[in-house]
Design a protein around this ligand. Structure first.
Ligand SMILES: Cc1cc2nc3c(=O)[nH]c(=O)nc-3n(C[C@H](O)[C@H](O)[C@H](O)COP(=O)(O)O)c2cc1C
Length: 223
């Protein structure tokens, strides 16, 4: 009995130490302090958030492809699957090309990411070349699938619009029938101390608008 107690105590301290180091895990344990849904929803939606603290560790190809696999199963209009992902891993020749697309603010934290990804989407249907009005919407679904899977797998996924869209099209050789949608950083969770001071204070899960601000029955009725 005493041995069981001691081993549990040992595990508890290891766990606490780990929690202190990894902000993402710390917040996931206390997520209900930051995020209070009005209706009961699955906790995967609340647990997904966008940390900036990453550890500079590598992500294996298996871990990376698992995230794209989740994206792959997103729904899309006519099952067109207009999303495409172009990525660069840290310590490869492509990394600097992707990194140099980012605005300085994003560079300040994304330097500890393991992978940078650019999402593009095809603006026309494959079959008839007609405009696909929901291509961005569909690409957004794929991103959210990926972000949820990343959160489940304890990998940071942080979306970015802070980059040079025109330069991205040029250097990544994106054809005109595709739209550059966004970039995102992937990495292993890291200590908030890896972040610039001002970002350390902001490193916590955000909250949301009230339901009545985003949902209405009938016609548009917001000011
Ligand atoms: C498409 C997209 C673009 C974003 N652009 C940036 C960005 O350039 N820099 C940044 O620090 N965060 C960026 N974010 C993160 C958002 O600020 C964050 O998702 C939002 O505040 C909600 O917080 P949460 O993801 O933690 O729930 C972006 C997120 C998305 C989905």
């Amino acid at each position: 009995m005493e041995r069981l107690f001691l081993s549990n105590l040992f595990l508890f301290f290891i766990y606490r130490k780990f929690n202190k180091k990894h902000g993402q895990i710390k917040y996931m344990e206390n997520m209900n302090k930051f995020r209070k849904p009005n209706y009961l929803i699955n906790k995967i939606f609340l647990n997904r958030w966008s940390p900036r603290a990453m550890s500079d560790e590598e992500i294996t190809d298996e871990e990376l492809m698992t995230l794209f696999e989740a994206a792959r199963w997103a729904p899309s209009s006519y099952n067109t699957q207009p999303w495409r992902f172009i990525y660069a891993k840290k310590n490869t020749e492509n990394w600097n090309i992707f990194f140099n697309l980012l605005v300085e603010f994003n560079k300040s934290w994304a330097k500890n990411a393991a992978v940078l990804v650019c999402i593009i989407s095809k603006k026309t249907h494959d079959l008839n070349n007609q405009p696909a009005p929901t291509h961005s919407f569909d690409a957004g679904s794929a991103w959210e699938n990926l972000a949820l899977q990343a959160s489940i797998n304890n990998i940071v996924a942080h979306g970015m619009e802070g980059f040079d869209y025109e330069k991205a099209r040029k250097v990544l050789k994106v054809p005109n029938e595709f739209q550059v949608e966004a970039m995102f950083a992937l990495g292993k969770p890291g200590s908030t101390e890896n972040l610039p001071k001002e970002l350390q204070e902001r490193e916590k899960p955000s909250t949301r608008k009230e339901l009545k601000e985003i949902v209405v029955e009938g016609i548009f009725s917001w000011n």
